[in-house]
Design a protein around this ligand. Structure first.
Ligand code: PBG
Ligand code: ZN
Length: 298
């Protein structure tokens, strides 16, 4: 929130936290370069147990979606649909706590409550679609999230809004720098209840099959480079468009090595993007988008 903000993210060179006004200028700049879409992550003024800001029409992301679609109507706006940036505990949904309305004594305290979380994901997706989001990208790996969001969107007349599911998302150390950027580390425990074990491959195929059955329009793998085998397997088995998310740790490692003079950044960054493409990605979400577009245009 606020105005005129362009705050550098220390662990991600060249990446910033923006206020809505400066974000609009940035979106105009990336549109000029030919980047077709942006994905939004929000930092609310206030975090609470339910992540209320995420489903308030005047929350930070719905407000940003409206402003961007108004300023650059052709830009495809993807909204990252999860609760970890908006909850005070930093988890991706409603957590089992004695003082909470959904408290379930039979489940352990600190456990993520699936069904109340699905209700809120549906509500928030409708609010983001009303604000103008073109694609909802549920990122929490909550069981049933794609079906719940599809039903909520269709129920409000948003049949045409598509769902890009973070279908195969691993509990990865490569998200480290992003958690600084989004100010959303879990305050206790970790995300291994809902994200996948890096050792598992068949589990990814099972998760993808569920998302396809629930109506996902695009399938995403995350992180990208360490999981190209998963991407290739999904490409071979499904005909839906695939996306790969080159995450913060992948980006920052390349920068750190380049700063030491150990690698040539443009060469290695483009090599990594080419490899992701080769493995089967139709779309790549990357913090190198602006740089890559510039290098490709040169
Ligand atoms: C969750 C979310 C995360 C990322 C994107 N969406 C963090 C997490 O799962 O812990 C990570 C992105 C990155 O590392 O670049 N809303
Ligand atoms: Zn999350």
């Amino acid at each position: 929130s606020g105005e005129g903000i362009k705050r550098p993210i220390a662990s991600m060179p060249g990446q910033f936290q923006w206020s809505i006004d400066t974000a609009i200028d940035e979106v105009k700049a990336v549109a000029e370069l030919g980047v077709p879409a942006v994905i939004l992550f929000g930092i609310p003024d206030e975090k609470d147990a339910c992540g209320t800001d995420n489903y308030s029409p005047n929350g930070i992301v719905p407000s940003a979606i409206r402003a961007i679609k108004e300023a650059v109507p052709d830009m495809i706006v993807i909204s990252d649909m999860c609760f970890c940036e908006y909850t005070d505990h930093g988890h991706c949904g409603i957590i089992n706590m004695p003082d909470h309305e959904h408290y379930t004594p039979k489940l352990p305290q600190g456990y993520l409550l699936n069904d109340p979380t699905l209700d809120l994901l549906g509500q928030a997706s409708v609010v983001h679609a009303q604000a103008g989001a073109d694609i909802i990208a549920p990122s929490g790996m909550i069981d049933g999230m794609v079906g719940a969001i599809r039903a909520a969107l269709d129920g409000e007349g948003f049949d045409h809004i598509s769902i890009m599911s973070y279908a195969a998302k691993y509990a990865s150390g490569f998200y480290g720098p992003f958690r600084d950027a989004a100010e959303s580390p879990p305050q206790f425990g970790d995300r291994s209840q809902y994200q996948m074990d890096p050792a598992n491959k068949r589990e990814a195929m099972k998760e993808v099959a569920l998302d396809v059955a629930e109506g996902a329009d695009m399938l995403m793998v995350k992180p990208a480079l360490p999981y190209l085998d998963i991407l290739a397997a999904i490409r071979a088995q499904y005909n839906l468009p695939t996306a790969a998310y080159q995450v913060s740790g992948e980006f920052s490692m390349m920068h750190a090595a380049a700063e030491r003079g150990w690698i040539d950044l443009p060469r290695v960054a483009m090599e990594s993007l080419t490899s992701i493409k080769r493995a089967g990605a139709d779309m790549i979400l990357t913090y190198f988008a602006k740089d890559a577009a510039t290098w490709l245009n040169d």
